[in-house]
Design a protein around this ligand. Structure first.
Ligand code: ZN
Length: 262
């Protein structure tokens, strides 16, 4: 594992100094300061081509108000100068990996959003409680990692998750990122917002810890929503990568937040 270099520490300190002229510093993991922002980072309106299969023409073509909630790929309303990143963990909860991820997040004062499968949550309600008690947020990732295109609403785990967690679940992430108008409409009707990602760690390919670390380091940017996994298979590479990435992100002046920027 490589610690931050002197250059990175100096760069971070300089960035904070400049940034601090406009924004009071807050400890990592707390809500960002509520300040007027001249040029807020806005979630992209256009569905990326890779994600747009089956969703018809790009949303940006149609300027009329739409009942179809847009997929959020970047942290919403992140202050323009803040280096905010939203970590997301999919396919859990898993009794082996979720506690390790929670432990690492706690040790580094970081927050994350957990995109749970309803069937896993029902099997491990204690882990759902642990995630909520740790101050993390929940996202519905469907009941079984499958959605019936003709009746996607039947595959949503929202109501079970709310019941299990005793808290609201405001995000939904489509299995494999396969969005469609019908899925987005169902998600909106259930009171949730569609959550995509802008940085795929590719940890699901199990490419080795170093490759996961490099993938995130090369693609992370202010406002990034990062896709990681704490379930769905062996995740020791993800856990090991997180051990390196959390201090690295802090050294780059990144603070973690939820996708809504809070
Ligand atoms: Zn998944």
């Amino acid at each position: 594992m490589r610690g931050p270099t002197h250059f990175e520490i100096r760069a971070c300190a300089l960035a904070l100094l400049v940034y601090g002229l406009a924004v009071p510093l807050v400890p990592a993991g707390t809500a960002p300061p509520a300040i007027p922002v001249a040029a807020p980072v806005v979630a992209p309106d256009v569905v990326p081509a890779a994600e747009a299969a089956g969703s018809g023409p790009p949303a940006a073509v149609d300027e009329r108000p739409s009942p179809v909630p847009r997929v959020v790929y970047e942290v919403v309303d992140a202050p323009a100068l803040a280096r905010t990143v939203a970590l997301t963990f999919d396919d859990g909860p898993d009794p082996r990996w979720t506690p390790q991820v929670l432990d690492l997040l706690a040790r580094h004062g970081a927050v994350a959003t957990f995109c749970l499968l309803g069937e896993n949550a029902a099997r491990h309600p204690d882990l759902v409680a642990d995630i909520v008690d740790a101050g993390m947020r929940l996202c519905d990732h469907s009941r079984t990692h499958e959605l019936d295109p003709a009746a996607p609403q039947d595959g949503l785990a929202h109501d079970e998750l709310v019941e299990l967690a005793g808290t609201g679940v405001e995000w939904f992430r489509a299995p494999r990122g396969e969005w469609s108008r019908a899925v987005q409409v169902a998600v909106g009707a259930a009171g949730m917002r569609p959550l995509g990602w802008s940085v795929d760690s590719r940890d699901w390919t199990r490419p080795g810890t170093g490759a996961i670390v490099r993938q995130v380091q090369q693609h992370v940017h202010p406002g990034a929503v990062v896709l990681l996994h704490d379930g769905g298979g062996p995740r020791e590479q993800t856990v090991e990568a997180l051990e390196e990435l959390l201090p690295w992100l802090a050294a780059q002046c990144y603070s973690t937040a939820f996708p809504d920027g809070r």
